[in-house]
Design a protein. Structure first.
Length: 344
């Protein structure tokens, strides 16, 4: 006798067997390292989900351990980890979490790193130097990350260091919204956007277009043999009697920004406001940024800032809504570029 051929009726809407519909449904999971749990929780809330529990340990020997406490098999996993104090420990923890996720059969692993570690080491300035940003990208890829998401990379070419998709987000819309709501009428009339160095001119120029304000540039020179020291030489553009908005991607020790602000005030600036994405604030940045030449500092919370590193004229804006929207676009196979006025 011949055997009857088994047939499976396909679901008309999905084109798959009915029993496979739920099994193949995409499932978003948000998890985080120990560097910035408040940011991870805020991102999860904005997405309408909860943070997946992860067991973290640091043994007496210094070894780090991470284990996902729920099944992440077949999930679209987003690991949120940023890099402030204890950067190197956070880096190893991130690699271990990626490896744990890969071995737990996560379908896709997206690493959400608002501040990309070692991003200032993006090229060789002198012989026998490393390109550490490339090394970090290689480590993420080797560990098992399929995709990387970051905010305001120090250098755009870092996107090319990772062999896979990179979502380069910009904090400018978050900062712009704040200034459009808070700048006084006099500030708007006298506003000048200032680039603290030649490397930030392109970014400052986009701010100039967005706020319809003139651009000024500070020419500085840095000694390549001495870290975190800079000397201001001259200002290109008119700043006398103006409200100067200094824009940068990060503030580390604050030396560059403070000297720039002092130079602006010395040249007759009415007010100096500083805007930056990443508040690294290595000592003695907190003391320096309270210099009388700076009227206000506005940053985002890509890096955690405890109360000891905050002061009255500092404003910290939440970056979680921006990250959550980008995560949603990636998960739904939408367009991240459209978030910043690009093509859909």
């Amino acid at each position: 006798m011949g055997h009857k051929k088994k047939t499976v009726e396909l679901d008309r809407d999905n084109g798959v067997a009915p029993g496979l519909v739920a099994k193949n449904k995409k499932h978003l999971v948000v998890a985080g390292g120990r560097s910035h749990p408040e940011l991870t929780a805020a991102v999860a809330r904005a997405l309408g989900t909860q943070v997946a529990p992860v067991e973290h340990r640091t043994f007496a020997s210094g070894e780090i351990y991470a284990r996902f406490e729920v099944s992440i098999r077949g999930t679209d996993l987003f690991i949120v980890q940023t890099f402030g104090e204890g950067l190197n420990e956070s880096l190893i923890e991130t690699l271990i979490m990626i490896d744990a996720a890969k071995r737990a059969s996560a379908k896709r692993i997206t690493l959400v790193v608002p501040y990309f570690p070692y991003s200032r080491q993006d090229k060789k300035g002198r012989g026998r130097e490393p390109i550490s940003a490339r090394l970090v990208a290689d480590l993420f890829k080797t560990a098992g990350a399929d995709r990387v998401m970051s905010v305001d990379l120090h250098a755009a070419q870092i996107q090319g260091f990772f062999d896979g998709p990179v979502d380069h987000l910009f904090a400018k819309p978050v900062l712009l919204e704040h200034f459009r709501e808070t700048l006084t009428a006099e500030d708007r009339e006298t506003l000048t956007i200032v680039s603290p160095d030649m490397g930030r001119v392109r970014v400052a120029d986009t701010w100039s277009d967005s706020l319809d304000a003139p651009l000024a540039i500070i020419h500085k020179r840095r000694d390549p043999k001495v870290a975190n020291q800079v000397s201001v030489h001259e200002i290109v553009g008119t700043v006398a009697g103006r409200t100067c908005l200094l824009v940068d991607d990060m503030i580390d020790t604050g030396g560059t920004i403070v000297k720039a602000a002092q130079a602006l005030k010395a040249n007759g600036a009415r007010r100096v406001i500083v805007a930056a994405t990443h508040a690294i604030f290595s000592d003695p940045a907190t003391e320096r940024l309270q210099d009388e030449a700076i009227d206000e500092v506005v940053v985002t919370d890509t890096i955690p800032l405890n109360e000891s590193r905050r002061w009255e004229s500092l404003t910290v804006l939440p970056i979680a809504p921006l990250l959550a929207r980008a995560i949603h676009e990636v998960f739904e196979d939408g367009s991240v570029t459209s978030m910043f006025g690009g093509d859909a």
